[in-house]
Design a protein around this ligand. Structure first.
Ligand code: UDP
Length: 485
């Protein structure tokens, strides 16, 4: 990235005031709060525009950071009354409906009013809220887009939208090359995100995707160069926008209580005690942690096959299921079943945990990377198959369970099909954790996961790439301020 020198007389004494506008789904909200915390740890004033129901999930972290002298606060936004969504259902893990996405867009006038009142120096907002770019332009401040996903997935999606190799594949299962990327990346139509499928109204979509980029001054990505070698540069070349990698942002959390409550609030503490004391009783590196993120909902037959596969593997497990899911007694005996929400960060950091079975949400991938935990990948939808290709294909810190097709968010239960069977679950978990049954290579994956953990920590430490990029964004904000004054 080319960096211009600021004029000598630039006034650096006042810390930039940045407002953060998250998209309310846990996978995007959680890293955005970390990001706000990270900026405040470097002297910025961070204000998080958030609805009351969502603020409660992070109250401890933000209050503690503020009490310890950091300039970080919430600015509560009432969820628009005409959206008809109650306070406790303001996050995408509690409401799945198209009404929700439309309701989120109703926040625009409220946020515009807050910008009038607060007059921040910059906005960092979720890429899913492209209208914030327009608000930033009206208020004559720069907008940085927090992508929520990694540079690799961004690069794949852009290539699919613009070059459309998927349209030329002979069938849904015929592999095609995603053209122009730094690596040879093959996908099938059955694995690509819904919005890139051939039948989707493509012109409008491509225009929208590219437009929100044009009025944005830079991209902020929860990543670091070694995790996605060459992809930040690739995306910069393609878009002409600077890409600032600033992750893994979860590494900014210092207090254990904050890690425990992150994303769920104080009620998480009790369950965390139960999970951690169970883990304390296991040998180092013997437990597999199984979690499919905050949004999935499997049909009952698939839940059963996952559970029985885990039992058959003979490997102790911590398995997160949705809170209304029934599981069989055998499953409760052989592992620990967590209903609803697990304190994922502390689980991944626990010495007993030696592997992860994941849906490849980007938040989880970065958190597992920071903890050095090797992964088995089972993507479900959206960018998750791209993240699988990165982890299992390019970086080598994981291996695939073998899911050949994705599902559509919100329609998983209705589809009622099995994506991966009991035997495949058992076999792949046994291989990852015990190293037999599926050929060798597991040692290499473990070693790479450890190496990547060191690189992640270096990136975030003083002088590392993520550390420097936070400073560069703050400089960039000043440059815009000087130019506009
Ligand atoms: N998470 C958690 N406990 C859970 C499920 C999820 O703490 O039981 C957190 C996880 O640590 C991550 C986020 O929720 O920060 C999920 O984000 P990700 O991008 O992995 O997946 P998504 O939920 O968006 O599919």
């Amino acid at each position: 990235m080319a960096h211009h020198k600021l004029p000598q007389n630039a006034n650096f004494h006042r810390a930039p005031r940045i407002c953060f506008v998250p998209f309310p789904s846990p996978g995007r909200l959680i890293p955005m709060i970390d990001l706000a915390n990270l900026f405040s740890s470097r002297g910025a004033h961070s204000t998080i525009f958030i609805t009351r129901g969502n603020a409660a999930r992070f109250a401890s972290l933000v209050c503690h950071a503020a009490a310890s002298g950091r300039r970080i606060c919430f600015r509560l936004i009432p969820f628009p009354a005409d959206a008809g969504i109650p306070d406790n259902l303001q996050c995408a893990d509690t409401v799945i409906s198209s009404r929700f996405a439309a309701a989120v867009d109703l926040l625009a006038p409220l946020i515009s009013r807050l910008l009038d009142e607060d007059t921040p120096d910059a906005i960092i907002s979720d890429a899913y809220l492209p209208w914030t770019a327009g608000l930033a332009a009206e208020h004559r401040i720069p907008r940085y887009s927090f992508t929520g996903t990694g540079c690799f997935a961004l690069a794949v999606e852009r290539a699919l939208l613009l070059k459309r190799p998927q349209d030329r594949a002979g069938s849904d299962s015929e592999p095609f090359l995603v053209p122009g990327l730094p690596d040879l990346v093959y996908l099938t139509r059955s694995k690509i995100a819904e919005r890139t499928q051939p039948e989707i109204q493509r012109k409008e979509l491509t225009k929208k995707a590219l437009e929100s980029d044009t009025s944005t001054v830079g991209l902020v990505v929860n990543s670091f160069p070694e995790l996605e070698p060459g992809y930040a540069e690739y995306y910069e070349r393609e878009t002409g926008k600077p890409v600032y990698t600033v992750g893994p942002v979860s590494l900014c959390i210092e207090r254990r209580e904050d890690a425990v409550e992150r994303g769920w609030g104080p009620e998480a503490a009790q369950e965390a005690t139960r999970v951690l004391s169970w883990l304390d009783g296991r040998e180092p590196g013997t437990v597999v942690y199984v979690c499919f993120g905050s949004l999935y909902d499997f049909p009952a037959a698939q839940v059963r096959d996952i559970g029985m596969g885990l039992v058959d593997s003979g490997v102790p497990f911590v398995w997160v299921v949705r809170d209304d899911v029934e599981v069989e007694a055998a499953m409760e005996e052989k592992g620990l079943v967590v209903r609803g929400w697990a304190p994922q960060l502390v689980v991944l950091e626990h010495a007993a945990v030696g592997g992860l079975l994941t849906h490849c949400g980007w938040g989880t991938i970065t958190e597992a990377t920071a903890a050095g935990v090797p992964t088995l990948t089972w993507p479900l939808f959206g960018d998750q198959f791209y993240n699988e290709r990165l982890v299992a294909g390019v970086v080598g810190t994981g291996a695939t369970v073998g899911a050949e097709k994705g599902s559509v968010w919100g329609e998983e239960v209705a589809s009622n099909g099995l994506l991966v069977g009991r035997e495949e679950v058992a076999e792949s978990v046994r291989w990852l954790m015990k190293g037999y049954g599926r050929g060798d290579g597991v040692e290499l994956i473990r070693r790479k996961a450890q190496e990547m953990k060191e690189k992640a920590r270096k990136a975030m430490a003083e002088g590392g790439s993520s550390y420097k990029n936070i400073a560069l964004i703050m400089e960039d904000i000043w440059r815009h301020k000087l130019e506009n004054s």
